[in-house]
Design a protein around this ligand. Sequence first.
Ligand SMILES: Nc1ncnc2c1ncn2[C@@H]1O[C@H](COP(=O)(O)OP(=O)(O)O)[C@@H](O)[C@H]1O
Ligand SMILES: [Mg+2]
Length: 343
Amino acid sequence: MAPIIELKHIGKSFMVKRGIFSEKKEIKVLDDVNLTIEEGEVLALVGESGCGKTTTAKIIAGIHKPTKGEFLYRGKNVWEMNKEEFERYRRAVQLIHQDPYASLNPTMRVFDTIKAPLLRHKIVEKRKVYDKVLELLEMVDLNPPEEYAFKYPHQLSGGERQRVTIARALTVGPEFIVADEPVSMLDVSIRLSIIELLKDLREKMGVGFLFVTHDLAMAKYFALEGKTAVMYLGKVVEYGNTRDVIDNPLHPYTQVLLKAIPEADPEVTRKKEMPKLRSLDVPSFLNLPKGCRFHTRCPLYMEGFCNKKEPKLRQVSSTRKVSCWLYHDEEGNVKEEAFKGVL
Ligand SMILES: Nc1ncnc2c1ncn2[C@@H]1O[C@H](COP(=O)(O)OP(=O)(O)O)[C@@H](O)[C@H]1O
Ligand SMILES: [Mg+2]
């Protein structure tokens, strides 16, 4: 059976203008992104702000059309689907946005927000809509549901709004959920309860997830039994089982991300040996470094090598892929010596 989601050599460019007199320039935000997500699987997509996570999420949600490559849903190219197939895909894949303030219509009560897709997709008969809305609100722990149903977004907290957007995503019985930094705009104190809710729904419904986050600790929490892909400047630089990627990161960038997670105990954080980035500046998409994109910052940079050729994402063990000259050569042959006591 075909995987539920497949990105094959995906590229995405935008035309941008810097200043009113300058010409439009093309920025290649995603470059040769390859990802496969199996039925019911969770994939965490991790990377710092601006690296292309939302662009990837929007391609999977069918909002952005890739400029290169193919995006397949259950083995079918989404942009070559007929109307009926595309409708079915759009129902099956639901997006939860980062910003619960912008994603709800301020003039619509919760009831109407959730009612709309139920009727549009003929999920329940008109006379059963009220009960269905209450059932969905209960599922996302908005209790008592009959009270929440008649509130407007401005009467809700950020956490409650995010629960409403989750309930709206659930109306159509999704098969795959794209959650784009679903808690990053919420108060720290309520983040965990939303993550718990999503985890709970995932376990009950068995839906697959793309869980986007800039925080490797959050990826570990949400996708420990799943996969993790680490993205740097529009490329996937490491991919593997979340457990392995976190316990034993291979790419220097993943190592830097991991070491940057603060421990609750400041003493422990102080004692952690931080790999020294060569530069704190993130290069711009308009002026990408030659060779490996990470070489300008990489603590393990090899002069005359990393700045010459760009490494591809290569399979370096049965479960791990990495794009780094430390682990493979140009043909993709694995450098065994790099793995002594590592894999
Ligand atoms: N519609 C757009 N037009 C022009 N540039 C865009 C557009 N969307 C995203 N970008 C640029 O693409 C890069 C990646 O953005 P994004 O995917 O939102 O990153 P992330 O979600 O990882 O923070 C950024 O440099 C951003 O400015
Ligand atoms: Mg984003």
